[in-house]
Design a protein around this ligand. Structure first.
Ligand SMILES: Nc1ncnc2c1ncn2[C@@H]1O[C@H](COP(=O)(O)OP(=O)(O)O)[C@@H](O)[C@H]1O
Ligand SMILES: CC(=O)OP(=O)(O)O
Ligand SMILES: [Mg+2]
Length: 398
């Protein structure tokens, strides 16, 4: 089967085309359209094994972008399929699926309505995911669409992990609880970690740290999620590129009162103007690292805050799980930033964690020393492959 995977953001569409048969797969092409609706928009398209093609083109909206991606996929030179009808299904990343979706599902009107309703708990993500789905339905009306939810895998959490201690009616009537996100990534790297451990996943205790622009940490017990750092929305937990993570709710109310901010303004500050951006002025970890190296004290402090929060979550989940078989780092920062991994995990021998500096710098999969009770791993995530495989499986069943 040929599967197109779509990950739709506010001003970008990331896509990948897979050929999948059973367990075997190959990535045929991938690309990203950026600055949609802005000046200077472009598409970068890479056919596997060839050089990346950059097409600078005005992309007014997501529908127009989908229309612009089509001819690249079928291009006689850079394309990978003869006609769009060769695509058997489209898999979409959908960030918030609420309590209703514990697994990936074919998108029909009812599913789409639920995804729309859940936008209230992922306002930065779900509306764009919906735009991606609608654009595909308009431009490729005969091809089935599948939703793969960030939240699905976290539905195994027990109430003690997902309930907030606020009046019960807000959970019962309003669905206010911890949902957790980045589930496709946490699920993928936990399975890979079990493979490296040489144990069945359902016998493993694993802590996965997805640290990208957004970031979250998840605790797996016997292969099932028992806790995760993101909450009702992708705002809670560790410090992120533009999001504050954990904060005293009273500070939020004080901000509103004292600065006369509306709920929307406050939400924008916490989601878009905080985190590394709020502390240093840039959300990009690479820039923060450069600034810290050049002696910028705000950047040095921001890195310390960022790392400390991650370390505290790892400690909390070690307590929740009574130890672990592995701690796994993944995503843009987690995979690439060895100094961050070293600083987070040094001086944790007392709880069975001993990082090996050489292995860490060399970028090996296992970066703990041989006598570390808990294995520390770096495993590149592959959310798109999970989405493609789920789409393949669901379409094979219908
Ligand atoms: N070599 C690197 N060293 C440190 N940080 C990096 C490196 N490469 C990428 N990053 C950081 O990874 C983050 C993006 O991670 P990614 O997982 O791609 O996020 P998202 O999927 O949310 O866009 C950025 O902050 C970027 O600076
Ligand atoms: C859910 C979430 O935070 O996603 P991202 O990291 O892609 O922003
Ligand atoms: Mg990501």
């Amino acid at each position: 089967m040929i599967i197109l995977v779509i990950n739709c953001g506010s001003s970008s569409i990331k896509y990948q085309v897979f050929k999948i048969e059973g367990e075997n797969y190959s990535l045929l092409a991938k690309g990203i359209a950026e600055r949609i609706g802005e000046d200077g928009s472009f598409i970068k398209h890479t056919k596997t094994g060839e050089e990346t093609l950059k097409i600078e083109k005005h992309l007014a909206d997501h529908k127009e972008t989908m229309q612009a991606i089509q001819p690249l996929l079928t291009d006689p030179v850079h394309g990978v399929i003869k006609s769009m009808n060769d695509i058997n299904g489209i898999g979409h990343r959908v960030v918030q699926g609420g309590e209703k979706f514990t697994a990936s599902t074919i998108i029909n009107d009812e599913v789409l309505d639920t995804i729309k309703e859940m936008s209230k708990f992922a306002p930065l993500h779900n509306p764009h995911n919906i735009t991606g789905i609608l654009s595909c339905q308009q431009v490729l009306p005969d091809i089935p669409n599948v939703a793969v939810f960030d939240t699905a895998i976290h539905q195994t959490m027990p109430p003690k992990a997902y309930m907030y201690a606020i009046p019960l009616k807000y959970y019962k009537e309003g669905g206010i609880r911890r949902y957790g996100f980045h589930g496709t990534s946490h699920g993928y790297v936990s399975k890979e970690a079990a493979r490296v451990l040489g144990k069945p996943l359902d016998e493993c205790k694993i802590i996965t740290c997805h640290i990208g622009n957004g970031g979250s940490i998840t605790a797996f017990d016997h292969g099932k999620v028992v806790d995760t750092s993101m909450g009702l929305t992708p705002l809670e937990g560790i410090v992120m590129g533009t999001r504050c993570g954990d904060i005293d709710p009273a500070a939020v109310l004080y901000l509103q009162d004292h600065y006369g901010l509306t709920a929307k303004q406050t939400d924008d500050i916490l989601n878009k103007e905080s985190g590394l951006k709020g502390l240093v002025g840039t959300p990009d970890m690479r820039d923060v690292l450069k600034m810290a190296k050049a002696g910028n004290q705000d950047a040095v402090n921001a890195l310390a805050i960022y790392r400390y929060r991650i370390r505290k979550y790892i400690g909390a989940y070690l307590a929740a799980l009574n130890g672990a078989d592995a701690v796994v780092f993944t995503a843009g920062v987690g995979e690439n930033n060895d100094t961050l991994r070293f600083d987070i995990l040094s001086n944790m021998e007392y709880c069975g964690i001993k990082i090996d500096s050489d292995r860490n710098i060399a970028g090996e999969t296992v970066i703990s020393s041989d006598d570390s009770k808990i294995k520390i791993m770096v495993i590149p995530t592959n959310e798109e492959l999970v989405i493609a495989r789920d789409t393949y499986r669901i379409l094979s069943e219908v």
